[in-house]
Design a protein around this ligand. Structure first.
Ligand SMILES: NC(=O)c1ccc[n+]([C@@H]2O[C@H](COP(=O)([O-])OP(=O)(O)OC[C@H]3O[C@@H](n4cnc5c(N)ncnc54)[C@H](O)[C@@H]3O)[C@@H](O)[C@H]2O)c1
Length: 382
C-alpha cells in the first residue's frame, strides 16, 4: 500500500478521504488540497486506473488554477476507480457520493471530469441534494459551457488584449485545432476584426495569407466536423505547419507539447496564446522569451471554463438561469486583466510568463494561509 503521507507538503492536501464498497467494486478518493482561499472545487473523474497520487496532483493543479484567476475557491479533485462504460456506473456513483456526505457540499462540490457526464451531475444532486454537483444539464439549470464556447471566447479576448498592447490589433492569426475551443477562438477573433490566416483539424491544415473565410468554415465544420478541411484542397498546407506560418499570432488549441525546443526556432509569430493545455514545454517557453515572443500561459488564457464553473457554483441555489452575456463579459474582463498582470509580473521578475503566473498563484495562496494564521512551513522544517 502506498504511503499517503508522502503526498503531503507545506500546501496540503488538507484531507484525503478514501472510500470503498467491496460489494459492488466501488473504490474512490476525494482529495481536498488547500482551502485557504475557499472551499474545494475541482472535477470528479471516473476511469479504471484512477489512483490517489493522480487525484492529489490534479487537486494541487486546481489550487493554483483558482488562485491564478483570482477566484475564491480551493483546490480539490475526486476520483472513482471504475469503468465509466459499465452498466453499473450509476450504482457505483451513487455509492461513492453517499460516502462523502460529510464533506459535500460544505467542503467540496462535485464537477465533471473524464468519465462523468451532465447526467451524472444530475444523479449526484438526486442522491445528495441540490448543490452537491455542478455541470448539470441545461434543463436542470446547468450552464451549456461548450455551446457558449466560453473557453475559446476567453482565449480570443486575451489575444485581443495583448495584441492591443503590442500593436498587433487586427493582425494575422493561426489557430491549431478547430474543436470546441479552436473554432470558438477563430469565431470570436473574426468578430473582433482579426485576419485568421491558418486553421487545422486532425484531418489537415489550411492557410491563406489574405485571410480564411471563417464564417464559411464554421458552417462547414457544423456540417462535416473535422472533415471540413477536405473542402479546400487548394489551401491545404503540411499538417502541423499552421504553427509556423508568417502569422503574427499563434493559438495552439489542440494538442499538448506541439512547441518544443526542437521546433521553437521555426516560430515566426510575435505572440503565442495557449488555448490547449501544455502546448509548450519549459525549454520552448524559455527560448520564446529569449526571442522576444510573448507567451500567455494555458492556465491564464484558457480559464474561461474555470470562470464559468464559478458561475455554476453561484447558481446552485438560485431559481434563475445565469445570463450567458454576463458569463461571457465576466470571462472577458477577468481573463484580460489576468493576462496583463501575468505579463507585467514576468517583465518585472525576468521569469517566463509560466513561472510568473505560478509564483503569483502561490503568493496568493500563501497570503491567504498567513491571514488565516496557517503558517506555511518550509519543506526543510516539515
Ligand atoms: N473544452 C474546454 O473547455 C477546454 C478548457 C481548457 C482547456 N482545453 C484544452 O484545449 C484543447 C482542445 O480541447 P477541445 O475541447 O477543443 O477538444 P476537441 O476534441 O473539441 O477539439 C480538438 C481539436 O483538435 C484537432 N486536432 C487533433 N489532433 C490534431 C492535430 N494533430 N493537428 C491539428 N488539429 C488536431 C481536432 O480535429 C479538433 O478540431 C485541449 O488541450 C484541452 O485540454 C479545453
Amino acid at each position: 500500500m502506498s504511503d499517503y503521507f508522502n503526498l503531503l507538503d507545506e500546501w496540503g492536501p488538507e484531507k484525503i478521504v478514501v472510500v470503498s464498497d467491496p460489494d459492488i467494486g466501488m473504490q474512490g478518493v476525494l482529495v481536498i488540497d488547500n482551502t485557504a482561499r475557499g472551499i474545494g472545487k475541482g472535477g470528479t473523474r471516473m476511469t479504471p486506473t484512477v489512483d490517489v497520487p493522480e487525484i492529489a496532483r490534479l487537486a494541487r493543479v486546481m489550487t493554483w488554477k483558482w488562485a491564478a484567476v483570482d477566484l475564491f475557491y480551493g483546490g480539490a479533485k475526486a476520483g472513482i476507480r471504475f469503468d465509466p462504460t459499465s452498466v453499473d456506473k450509476e450504482r457505483v456513483l451513487r455509492s461513492f457520493v453517499r460516502k462523502l456526505r460529510n464533506e459535500v457540499p460544505e467542503e467540496y462540490v462535485f464537477g465533471l471530469d473524464m468519465g462523468l457526464t451532465e447526467v451524472d451531475a444530475a444523479i449526484i444532486n438526486d442522491e445528495l441534494g441540490r448543490g452537491a454537483a455542478v455541470g448539470t444539464p441545461y434543463e436542470l439549470g446547468g450552464i451549456p459551457y461548450d455551446q457558449l464556447g466560453v473557453t475559446g471566447h476567453g482565449v480570443a479576448e486575451v489575444v485581443d488584449e495583448i495584441a492591443d498592447q503590442q500593436n498587433l490589433q487586427g493582425s494575422s492569426v493561426a489557430v491549431q485545432g478547430f474543436g470546441a475551443v479552436g473554432h470558438s477562438v477563430a469565431k470570436r477573433l473574426h468578430e473582433l476584426g482579426y485576419r485568421v490566416t491558418a486553421v487545422s483539424s486532425v484531418k489537415g491544415a489550411l492557410a491563406n495569407p489574405d485571410g480564411l473565410d471563417i464564417p464559411a468554415l464554421l458552417q462547414e465544420r457544423a456540417e462535416l466536423g473535422d472533415d471540413f478541411v477536405y473542402n479546400h484542397p487548394k489551401l491545404a498546407i503540411e499538417p502541423g505547419q499552421e504553427l509556423f506560418t508568417q502569422a503574427d499570432i499563434v493559438v495552439p488549441a489542440a494538442l499538448q507539447n506541439v512547441i518544443s525546443t526542437a521546433n521553437v526556432g521555426d516560430i515566426k509569430a510575435k505572440l503565442v496564446v495557449e488555448a490547449a493545455n501544455l502546448p509548450t514545454d519549459a525549454g520552448a517557453q524559455a527560448a520564446l522569451r529569449e526571442k522576444g515572443v510573448t507567451v500567455v500561459p494555458d492556465f491564464i488564457a484558457n480559464a474561461g471554463g474555470v470562470v464559468s464553473a464559478a458561475f455554476a457554483m453561484e447558481a446552485r441555489f438560485s431559481p434563475f438561469r445565469v445570463d450567458p452575456t454576463i458569463i461571457l463579459e465576466t470571462v472577458s474582463t477577468k481573463l484580460r486583466a489576468n493576462a496583463i498582470t501575468t505579463l507585467e509580473q514576468a517583465q518585472r521578475s525576468g521569469e517566463t510568463t509560466h513561472e510568473a503566473a505560478r509564483r503569483l498563484a502561490q503568493e496568493r495562496v500563501r497570503a491567504a494561509m498567513d491571514l488565516r494564521g496557517r503558517r506555511v512551513l518550509q519543506p526543510s522544517a516539515v
